[in-house]
Design a protein around this ligand. Structure first.
Ligand code: SF4
Ligand code: SF4
Length: 441
């Protein structure tokens, strides 16, 4: 392992930018055969990685090379959808000088960016449920994360990221903003909201969450999208309705047709995920019906069973998430290797266009041009926990002057976490248990 790379990545506060924010210095502290950069960006409507790949392909390759150096990987792979032709060309050109690095083209299906799918597409390997990609000799990092690793090599911390703002806004766009920018500020950058009663989804439409109070939302290292939808949109209903109410409906309406399992990409990889079995167990109020913990434990929360599979309007993915949490709390673990991959897996792939149609998002499938010139926010709120692990401990006090890039919160001793940094110069006006506010002086 290259300790210098690890230390630079740690100091810069790099965390997985495409998922839950796993601290990157921990993820790459291993020996790997493959390092795969996940450039799939498979959630509908979001284009933040697309522009990053087009504009910063060289930095993404530099980040990949640093992680390969750290892990001793023989192969570096940039896995990107073939439909993003400009990005593919930019990545191929940037990687052309390194014979260990290749570009792997993915079809335009959802969820092509799921870690299990991408590892299978590149290596033909499947990771047992509950194990990490390194069990298959792989480290997978997101394109934005690779970019942040490249910046870390130049001793530049994570202080900005690309975000797409779209949906019910006047001028959808993609923009690079300081970490800590208010989501309300992003809505202004997009020309304002176009409907009265709206809900903001933070992240992609399928895996993102509905914001309870948009005024309390600020860009973190993992915020790739902000999508505004009418509150009465079906997709919003499925995210926000009471689970107890949903359960009552499911007891009456789930006909055990199995369609949710037939579309499940984890099931089709032989991982034993069976949303219909989870529904059966829940609707009979008998978890004992669920004879195989893998039915829930192997779920990646992609939402396909809910948004595409179920014709009865039910939400198996929400129930499966709840059951997964319960099983993990009881320390139930998977006890078996993956079964065979579905011979007809290729036929089960759900094209992204179909996902857009089924989720009622076709009207919002628009251009989101990259805008590089705008008035920067005059204040930011940097959350102390933007990653998996423990919140950072503030190392500044109210009234302090800070400069852009300065470390303002550190990982607690011996804990899992990622440092945070000032994304603008100014005065620290608030230090709370959850965040640090900085205002232009
Ligand atoms: S949740 Fe929906 S798709 Fe799944 S078995 Fe029940 S009715 Fe069928
Ligand atoms: S959310 Fe549904 S479709 Fe996606 S992995 Fe989980 S069970 Fe399968």
């Amino acid at each position: 392992m290259n300790e210098l790379v690890l230390e630079k990545v740690k100091q810069a506060g790099v965390a997985g930018a495409g998922g839950a924010g796993f601290p990157t210095h921990v993820k790459i502290a291993c020996k790997a055969e493959y390092v795969i950069v996940n450039c799939a960006e498979c959630e509908p409507l979001i284009k933040s990685d697309k522009y990053l790949m087009e504009q910063h392909s060289q930095a993404i390759v530099t980040g990949l090379e640093a992680v390969m150096d750290c892990t001793g990987a023989k192969y570096g792979v940039l896995a990107v959808k073939h439909k993003n032709k400009t990005a593919v060309g930019a990545l191929e050109s940037a990687a052309s000088g390194n014979e260990k690095i290749s570009v792997h083209l993915l079809e335009n299906y959802y969820p092509a960016g799921d870690e299990q799918q991408i590892i299978y597409e590149v290596t033909g390997r499947v990771i047992p449920v509950g194990k990490l990609p390194i069990e298959a000799g792989c480290v997978v990092i997101n394109a934005q994360t690779a970019f942040h690793v490249a910046e870390a090599m130049e001793s530049s911390p994570v202080i900005r990221r690309n975000v797409t703002i779209t949906g019910e806004v006047h001028s959808p766009l993609t923009v690079t903003v300081p970490i800590g920018t208010a989501v309300t500020y992003l809505l202004e950058l997009a020309g304002g909201v176009t409907c009265e009663d709206y809900t903001v989804i933070i992240g992609g439409p399928l895996m993102g969450r509905a914001a309870e109070d948009v005024k309390s939302e600020f860009v973190t290292k993992t915020t790739n999208g902000v999508i505004v939808l009418p509150t009465n949109h079906e997709l919003v209903r499925k995210k926000t309705s009471s689970l107890e109410q949903e359960l009552k409906i499911a007891k009456a309406a789930c006909c055990q047709c199995n369609y949710c399992t037939l579309v499940c990409p984890r099931s089709n990889l032989g991982l034993g995920v069976m949303p219909h079995k989870v529904m059966q167990a829940l609707t009979f109020s008998n978890a004992g019906v669920l004879v195989d913990g893998n039915a829930a434990l192997g779920c990646c929360n992609c939402g396909l069973c809910t948004y595409v599979g179920c014709n009865m309007g039910l939400s198996p993915s929400r129930f499966i998430a709840r059951m997964r949490t319960e099983l993990l709390a009881k320390k139930v673990k998977s006890n078996r290797e993956p079964g065979p991959v579905n011979l007809f897996r290729e036929d089960t792939k759900v094209p992204s266009k179909r996902v857009i149609q089924r989720t009622g998002l076709a009207d919002y499938d628009r251009e989101v041009p990259y805008v590089d010139s705008y008035d920067a926010p005059r204040a930011v709120r940097i959350m102390l926990k933007q990653h998996i692990g423990a919140p950072c401990i503030p190392v500044v006090s109210e009234g302090d002057m800070v400069r852009v890039g300065q470390c303002i919160g550190q990982i607690p001793e011996g804990a899992l976490g990622a440092n945070i940094h000032a994304s603008m110069s100014g005065r620290v006006v608030t230090v709370s248990k959850d965040y640090i506010d900085i205002m232009e002086a």
